[in-house]
Design a protein around this ligand. Structure first.
Ligand code: 5GP
Length: 194
């Protein structure tokens, strides 16, 4: 693979961290049935692996949001809300990545207003150096450097979520312009990704 699209976290490293996180969550929530809330679409790969490492009778639920961008201070519009009420429940928000934290901070505010019994966050990647609002992140897979990452649920223009590892890119558009960088991992027709 070219030097400008390097593997930041391998399949093995991710598997080991997810196993550790699952064990920590199993211990912390022993005797309870938490609801794991995932934000579509980036969080689905992590969620799918994480829940199989948690030995508890948990539930999963999904939200879909549309961000108005950093200028809007992280205000988001809810496109799809949770299916079930989380009042009185132990809610664990499962995120793929926290960058500035603005989106998550807004989301936590809306969830807190529903009066869950507890509300915690588990993120696979944390770009903690870029954090704007203070956030209490209870479970963290990796403290991620300030680079653009893709794979294991994270996309560029809706593509490449299916990579089983996480790549660091110089520029997000790099893989769209030259998908040949992924030779051996994805079968792609020659030329830029349409
Ligand atoms: P925040 O509100 O924390 O700044 O933004 C978080 C969202 O930005 C994530 O849920 C994700 O969709 C996107 N994001 C932030 N950094 C990256 C990155 O390095 N790669 C990808 N693919 N998305 C990112």
């Amino acid at each position: 693979m070219a030097a400008d699209a390097t593997i930041l976290y391998s399949e093995d490293e991710i598997r080991r961290r997810v196993r550790d996180l699952g064990a920590a969550i199993t211990d912390a929530y022993a005797g309870r049935s938490p609801v794991l809330v995932s934000v579509l679409k980036g969080g689905i790969v992590f969620l799918a692996d994480l829940i199989r490492e948690i030995r508890l009778p948990l539930r999963v639920d999904f939200m879909s949001i549309s961000s108005y961008g950093e200028d809007a201070g992280g205000v988001v519009r809810i496109l799809k809300d949770l299916d079930a009420d989380v009042g009185g429940e132990d809610v664990l928000v499962v995120e793929d990545i926290i960058d500035t934290g603005l989106t998550l901070s807004y989301l936590l505010g809306t969830l807190r207003a529903r009066r869950p019994a507890s509300l915690e966050v588990c993120t696979l990647l944390d770009k903690s150096a870029r954090r704007i609002p203070p956030l209490d992140v209870r479970y963290r897979g990796f403290d991620c450097p300030d680079v653009f990452v893709v794979g294991y649920g994270l996309d560029v223009d809706e593509r490449f979520r299916n990579l089983p590892f996480i790549l660091a890119l110089d520029r997000p558009a790099q893989l769209l312009e030259d998908p040949g960088l992924l030779d051996g991992f994805l079968q792609v027709p020659p030329g830029p990704v349409a």
